[in-house]
Design a binder for this molecule. Structure first.
Ligand code: ATP
Ligand code: MG
Ligand code: MG
Length: 538
């Protein structure tokens, strides 16, 4: 991971500031309601919130940038509000670009009338080529009356209107290609999720963004650095329409290895069933990572540490999850699980023949978490992998109990289970307690479960990245890089205390790692738990 080191204060945080805040600070987060929030959006939202509410006492506007009716839905809009609340962001005001369709239309008329815009019907590919080569459209010098009448056709949504666009008349051959007469209005007779069929024309982002920012009193428009080239065009629009100035302030797009942060591509994952839904724990959505076990303070810390870095780096996920571990380690109660498959029955010599139990702390370093019951008996279960590692006569430590000698190792007699080389499967063990033994002298601290308790079936689920390539290029077809299997389920049994754990709880199974309870134990059906990465994984 390359981390930018400049611009940091002694605490390692970015010393982030905005230019000229003398007239106050009003920022906005402008998502398009065409999907669920992903962590890239979370970065944009948290930065806007940081300036408006933490660094300065300003105003944050949530503006739904709803100018593309083909992709937008109320469902997405609702989910965005919920997810922002989840990451601790409440806007002072919620607006829609569509609230300004009338004004935007009028501004477009004004632009045409002042000779700053014209109607064009150049075929799309030709227009692209001409913009590339710096060739003017043959409509560029059409009269204002002609352009206005085409705009009216567009507004009516007629077949003729559908052929036309409105373009800003900025430059034919500016070295900055964003300045080469960008399209500002399209005819698209789609039903809009808010304005219905009232409008047949929709403004482009390049046109609405400066205008609505200015109308709403935005002082600083935060945008990702890919918009650098479009800042000049943004400022041009404000000038052409004589609008109140707005500063542009750019930050880098968040990007992670083996991760797609594009609503369009994530939508495809959902629609083609690559994932279970937008909140699938493999999805880089706010819901997905939260379901995987990311905590909100960790997300906030991680993102604000990235701050205003303008370096576009492909981050790996380790630092992200390592930040989370700092937050969950102190609050995750400790429990025990044993892998069901080939678990090994052990007889413990020297144990009280009558099963007993004791209260133990859920977390030795956090007494506030309370207690759990630990059961003891002469009949316990251990993991096959542990059993296979034992040598005859070895002294080991049974966690939460004490030391024991390995007295007898019985290998499986079933020839089907015999493996050709390496350790043979163990079918049972005999241990002998040696409670005076010092756990500091043993190499193996073993997790175990008394068989004489109400063991709880659990399903432990681990995940892999959805895609197999660190950084997909534009030429890559996503379908060729989908990880064939990215979900791994292991059946296990857990101590009796696990039966009470509610959904969303984050726990640690000793020696197995951190888990979030996705489905609690209920009606005899196993609890489902998702492994939470800690940043140490390979
Ligand atoms: P997507 O391709 O995922 O749809 P977008 O930019 O088209 O991204 P918007 O809904 O328009 O999606 O984004 C809302 C805000 O979030 C914008 O200000 C945008 O710059 C910002 N944003 C989107 N993706 C990222 C990212 N990966 N990192 C930082 N900010 C982002
Ligand atoms: Mg966008
Ligand atoms: Mg996009």
């Amino acid at each position: 991971t390359v981390e930018e080191t400049s611009n940091k204060d002694e605490g390692g945080n970015y010393d982030i500031g905005l230019q000229d805040t003398s007239k106050g600070v009003v920022t906005r987060f402008p998502p398009e309601p065409s999907g669920y929030l992903h962590i890239g959006h979370a970065k944009a939202a948290l930065l806007n919130d940081y300036f408006a509410h933490k660094k300065y006492s300003g105003t944050l506007i949530l503006r739904f940038d709803d100018t593309n009716p083909m992709k937008e839905k109320q469902e997405f809009q609702d989910s965005i509000i919920e997810d922002l609340a989840l990451i601790g962001i409440t806007a002072d005001k919620t607006t829609h670009t569509s609230d300004y369709f009338q004004e935007l239309y009028e501004y477009c008329v004004q632009m045409i009338k002042s000779g700053h815009a014209y109607a064009d019907d150049t075929e799309q590919q030709t227009m692209r080529d001409q913009r590339m080569d710096g060739i003017p459209s043959k409509r560029r010098d059409a009269s204002i009356e002609d352009s206005l009448s085409h705009f009216e056709e567009m507004k009516a949504g007629t077949d003729e209107g559908k052929r036309w666009f409105i373009r800003a008349k900025i430059s034919v051959d500016d070295p900055n290609k964003a300045m080469r007469d960008p399209v500002i209005y399209r005819c698209s007779p789609e039903k809009h999720h808010r304005t219905g069929d009232r409008w047949k024309i929709y403004p482009t982002y390049d046109f609405c963004c400066p205008i609505v920012d200015s109308i709403e009193g935005i002082t600083h428009a935060l945008r990702t650095t890919e918009y650098n080239d479009r800042d000049a065009q943004y400022q041009w629009m404000l000038k052409a329409l004589n609008l109140r100035p707005v500063y542009n302030w750019n930050f880098s797009r968040l990007s992670f290895i083996r991760t797609l942060l594009s609503k369009r591509k994530l939508t495809k994952f959902v629609e083609t069933g690559v994932v279970w839904g937008w909140d699938d724990p493999r999805m880089p959505t706010v819901r997905g990572i939260r379901r995987r076990g990311m905590t909100i303070p960790a997300l906030q810390e991680y993102i604000l540490k990235q701050g205003p870095s303008k370096n576009i780096v492909n981050l790996d996920w380790h630092q992200f999850w390592a930040t989370n571990k700092k937050y969950i380690d102190p609050i995750a109660g400790r429990y025990t699980a044993v892998i069901t498959e080939n678990r090994v029955q052990c007889t413990v010599l020297g144990a009280d023949p009558n099963p007993s139990h004791e209260e133990k702390e859920l977390h030795v370093k956090n007494k506030g978490l309370g207690m759990k019951l630990v059961y003891y008996s002469s009949n316990i279960l251990v993991d096959q992998a542990d059993a296979q590692s034992f040598a005859q006569g070895e002294e080991i430590t049974l966690m939460n109990w004490g030391n024991a000698y390995v007295r007898k190792i019985t290998h499986s007699m079933n020839p089907l289970n015999l493996v050709k080389s390496g350790p043979q499967p163990v079918s049972s063990l005999e241990l002998e307690l040696h409670l005076e033994g010092d756990f500091k002298t043993t190499k193996k601290k073993i997790t175990w479960l008394s068989a004489d308790q109400k063991l709880v079936p659990v399903e432990l689920v681990d995940f892999d990245y959805l895609i197999t390539k660190d950084k997909l290029g534009d030429e890559d077809n996503v379908d060729d890089f989908i990880t064939p299997k990215s979900e791994f389920r292991t059946e296990a049994i857990a101590d009796c205390n696990v039966a009470q754990l509610p959904q969303d709880k984050i726990i640690q199974f000793d020696r197995k790692g951190f888990f979030r309870i996705d489905r609690p134990f209920l009606d005899g059906k196993p609890a489902v738990m998702f492994q939470i990465p800690t940043g140490k994984e390979k």
